[in-house]
Design a protein around this ligand. Structure first.
Ligand code: SF4
Length: 468
């Protein structure tokens, strides 16, 4: 069937990356606007297979140009219900990545697409075959879809006109889980879609924890598992509670062990440091530990600058992804900031010290009032010194931790020596399951790699001395 399209279609193209110099066009993304949206629609309002384009087609776009881009799919079927919209929407990401010469990143209104020069030179000059291929895959892979039609939009005014209404749809999906909590249900849901590139990833979706990609909530998981129990979204019996605070359940641990082929056998859903949720690579936000202030910062995909530790999102995302439990880093969906159980095992919001202003504004109403103005943004702190000063000035609760941690040092005789050697270093104890560390060799000729697996490393003091 793929022969009728001017491109190959296969899951093997999923990891294809299209760099700037290889792209013909960039669509939506951080420097433009767009979204993807699936709507459940009555049968008689859909013409199966129809494609409509509003705005210029691919053939009218200059090489190297950037354009707004929205993709709307209307689906219908006897089993189709609103709860399935997010599930189908997430598959647009997979299916567009099956197309050779096409790269689809992110979701919702963060969607970011590139089409390669190579694909255009081989005859891809219109959006129509892309939409038709995705519609074909929707019907082949998701049999509950009986009819589908697609509308693609490249006209900026049209996208802007609809944007508020589209965001309201995402918001109403996210709001549905607000009054439901882990203690109210016996079943969580899992998703294995990202195992294609993060084989040991174990995505667990509960009423208090949206998926990492932010696209699938507990209701969505339930609807998907109901219509396609053998599909990528499946039920996880919660089992017994091992620890309420950190969110550890026997059912989750069992599924973690089997899905990760034994790589992990424990996941604490609301822990940042100990047995954290795995991070695939689709996460909307990366959390990162800042040892110099003993706090946690968060950085999202849309933030182009660097965090106070000097690193941008892309560097930390590279460190975090791949389906591992990485101590000191954690990928989450934005809606997890709204969870009453948000990293509660590690102090919740009281441990958060920095996040980009745009991200903070997005979740501001969910930040406890007493902490909201104590979380720094890039406007308050661009580096570690200014962050430390900001937290001190604002009497952030983390400052009490510094004081508590620094007290025993007073009694130690070598205090001055240590302070001179590492004036900003704080005591830290971080569990480091499987965290790779690069240690330079003393000869300086290449270094050695030490992998610590299931180790707990506790550092009471670090003394750095100049070699005599
Ligand atoms: S992040 Fe999780 S829920 Fe989202 S597609 Fe990947 S595995 Fe599925």
């Amino acid at each position: 069937m793929a022969e009728e399209f001017p491109f190959e279609i296969s899951p093997m193209f999923e990891g294809e990356r299209i760099r700037k110099d290889g792209m013909h066009v960039e669509l939506s993304g951080p420097k433009s606007k767009g979204y993807e949206l699936v709507r459940a629609t009555p049968m008689d309002e859909i013409e199966d297979g129809r494609f409509t384009l509003i705005g210029p087609d691919l053939s009218e776009m200059e090489e190297g140009s950037r354009h707004p881009f929205a993709m709307i799919y209307k689906i219908a079927g006897e089993l189709v219900e609103e709860d399935l919209e997010s599930i189908v929407e997430r598959r647009n990401h997979d299916f567009q990545n099956y197309i050779q010469g096409m790269m689809h990143l992110n979701q919702r209104y963060d969607v970011w697409v590139r089409i390669s020069k190579d694909a255009v030179s081989k005859g891809l000059t219109s959006f129509e075959p892309i939409a038709k291929a995705v519609m074909m895959l929707f019907k082949n892979e998701l049999p509950f879809i009986e009819k589908v039609e697609a509308v693609y939009v490249t006209d900026l005014a049209e996208i802007e006109k609809e944007m508020d209404a589209v965001k309201a749809v995402y918001q109403s999906r996210d709001d549905r889980t607000r009054d439901l909590h882990e203690e109210d249900v016996d079943t969580f849901y899992g998703c294995s879609l990202c195992q294609s590139f993060a084989p040991s990833n174990v995505c667990v979706i509960t009423p208090d924890r949206i998926s990492l990609c932010g696209a699938i909530n507990w209701f969505d998981g339930r609807a998907a598992a109901k219509v396609d129990p053998e599909g990528p979204q499946f039920a996880i019996p919660k089992g017994d509670v091992i620890d309420v605070e950190s969110g550890e359940f026997t059912g989750v641990n069992e599924i973690a062990k089997s899905l990760s082929s034994g790589e992990y056998d424990r996941i604490k859903l609301h822990s940042f440091f100990e047995y954290p949720h795995t991070s695939c690579g689709c996460f909307e936000v990366v959390g990162f530990y800042i040892p110099e202030v003993d706090g946690i910062g968060w950085i999202d995909r849309d933030y182009a600058g660097t965090a106070p530790n000097g690193l941008p999102f892309s560097t930390m995302a590279g460190q975090t992804g791949g389906g591992k439990q990485v101590a000191g880093f954690l990928g989450v969906g934005i809606n997890y900031f709204r969870s009453p159980k948000f990293i509660q095992a590690d102090g919740g919001w009281g441990r958060v010290v920095w996040m980009p202003k745009n991200l903070k504004d997005r979740v501001l109403s969910d930040i406890p009032a007493e902490i909201a103005d104590k979380v720094a943004t890039e406007e308050d702190a661009a580096d570690l010194d200014s962050l430390r000063n900001f937290l001190t000035d604002k009497a952030h609760p983390i400052v009490e931790r510094w004081e508590a941690e620094e007290e025993p040092e007073e009694e130690e005789e070598v205090k001055e020596e240590a302070a001179a050697a590492a004036p900003t270093m704080m005591q830290a104890a971080i569990p480091m399951q499987g965290m790779p560390m690069m240690m330079p060799s003393s000869s300086g000729t290449g270094g050695v790699k030490i992998i610590l697996k299931n180790a707990k490393v506790s550092i009471d003091k670090v003394i750095i001395q100049k070699k005599e």
